[in-house]
Design a protein around this ligand. Structure first.
Ligand SMILES: Cc1ncc(COP(=O)(O)O)c(C=O)c1O
Length: 450
């Protein structure tokens, strides 16, 4: 090989910094991005700074995860200290003190009776873990015929096979073959004809929960292990549960001894103005799936909460035997654990798990002022979550909202879009004037959008 500079590793590495090709980006329009990259270089508090030095208000808490904002000192310091003290400990047959401390603290946020927690590394893994616990639990209590899992149309439960099987977003499912067998779905709760522009929970649609009775009639309750829903569906475009819907779902599950699983990956850790959606709605499921906010999104971690009865059902057989054949190399990773503890400290010291409730009215006012702007066909709000649904351009779904996203980025605001829905979920440290900036900016964009 000719010994030219181009052939040396040093030159290759210099070139690599300008090479955007190698990285296949997740859930991204790769070709569009690589023509006009949007690079975030640093972050602090409510703001990102782009590689070209512009300040961007974070209207999405990263991906619904940085609930305490960015670069929070306690969390940064805890991670650095932990990396020095104990970088890794085997997750199987070994422990380290802080993960027990985190588990014990986390379960205090749950309703009485939900008092055990299993650690994962993401929302998707929490979903798989929760579904496996549900199936194995039914078998452990002699209900092995209950093999069926029920999800909901338009539900998002991450991207692994169990999650896309119970999930209900067509683009996330259609490419991947037969998925899990024995899965069915209840109908979604979106009903714009009756509920468009509802402030808070929509009035109509509690009866959509009865769709579970339809599936019970079809499959028989004795084949159904669990139902999984997001209390507020986030990634599908912020779909709120109609008033009374979750209570009804709980009652039907109770009637048929079906486990109810809440996927709180987005709603957990203060997003709605209470620590969890279980508090906000006053409905207690059997299993609660979380991730994201547990470490403020800083180090990957997820946590699956279960009722005592479920944990106890596994604690049988010889004591030297593993009770649940499941776990991840990084379950309870020490650095994630340190981030988790420091995140809880930050939430508690700053009252962040209820702060969304204090700002909710101003947030709702800003959102609902979008009614009447061009193309706006619905607005939805709850806690510090918001959605503005746009009429799609005929024949070009998603294009209008994506244009709004690009324009917002140019104007110093990060929003998220899914389909033609703009989804908003700022860090819980957001100040009222930042809420005003967010909606002023969006209003300007929506007024001029094609
Ligand atoms: C409700 C819900 N479940 C699961 C997930 C998957 O989480 P992750 O991307 O960490 O795997 C998400 C992600 O947005 C989510 O919103």
């Amino acid at each position: 090989m000719a010994n030219t500079e181009a052939a040396t590793g040093a030159a290759r590495q210099r070139g690599a910094t300008n090479n955007l090709e190698a990285f296949w980006m997740p859930f991204t329009a790769n070709r569009q991005f690589k023509q006009a990259p949007r690079m975030l270089a640093s972050a602090a508090g409510m703001y990102y700074t782009t590689a070209d030095g512009r300040r961007i208000l974070d209207g999405t808490a990263g991906l619904w995860c940085c609930n305490a904002g960015h670069a929070r000192p306690r969390i940064v310091e805890a991670i650095a200290a932990q990396a020095k003290e104990l970088d890794y400990a085997p997750a199987f047959q070994m422990g380290h003190p802080k993960i027990f401390e985190l588990a014990a603290r986390l379960v205090t946020y749950m309703p009485p009776g939900i008092d055990h927690v299993f650690f994962t590394n993401s929302g998707s893994e929490s979903v798989e873990t929760g579904l496996k616990i549900a199936l194995a639990y039914q078998r452990a209590i002699g209900q092995g015929s209950r093999f069926r899992l029920i999800g909901r149309e338009r539900g998002y439960h991450g991207v692994n096979f169990g999650g896309i099987s119970v999930g209900g977003i067509v683009n996330n499912r259609k490419m991947f073959g037969t998925l899990l067998t024995g899965v069915d779905h209840i109908r979604h709760t979106h009903d714009p004809e009756r509920n468009a522009f509802s402030r808070g929970m929509p009035r109509h649609g509690a009866e959509f929960a009865d769709d579970l009775e339809r599936l019970v009639a079809l499959h028989d309750a004795s084949t159904i292990a669990a139902v999984v829903v997001e209390p507020v569906a986030g990634s599908t475009g912020v779909l709120l549960p109609p008033q009374g819907y979750l209570e009804k779902l709980r009652a039907i599950c109770d009637k048929h001894d079906i486990l109810l699983i809440f996927d709180e990956v987005i709603t957990g850790f203060g997003r709605l103005g209470k620590p969890f959606a279980v508090d906000y709605f006053g409905v207690t499921p059997d299993i609660v799936l979380t991730a994201k906010g547990v470490t403020n999104g800083v180090v990957p971690m997820g946590a699956v909460f279960v009722k005592k009865d479920i944990y106890e059902a596994f604690m049988q057989g010889p004591e030297h035997m593993i009770e649940f054949f499941h776990g991840y190399t990084y379950s309870g990773n020490p650095i994630a654990t340190a981030a988790g503890l420091a995140t809880l400290d930050t939430y508690e010291e700053e009252g962040l798990l209820t702060r969304a409730g204090e700002l909710a009215e101003r947030w709702a006012d800003g959102l609902h002022a979008m009614k009447g702007l061009p193309h706006v066909i619905d607005v939805r709000n709850c806690g510090l979550v918001g959605a503005i649904e746009l009429e799609p351009i005929a024949g070009q779904p998603t294009k209008r909202a994506f244009a709004a996203f690009l324009e917002a980025y140019e104007k110093g605001l990060l929003i998220r879009t899914t389909g033609d829905i703009i989804a908003l979920s700022p860090p819980l440290i957001v100040e009222p004037q930042e809420i005003d900036f967010l909606f002023d900016t969006l209003r300007g964009i929506l007024k001029t959008l094609d």
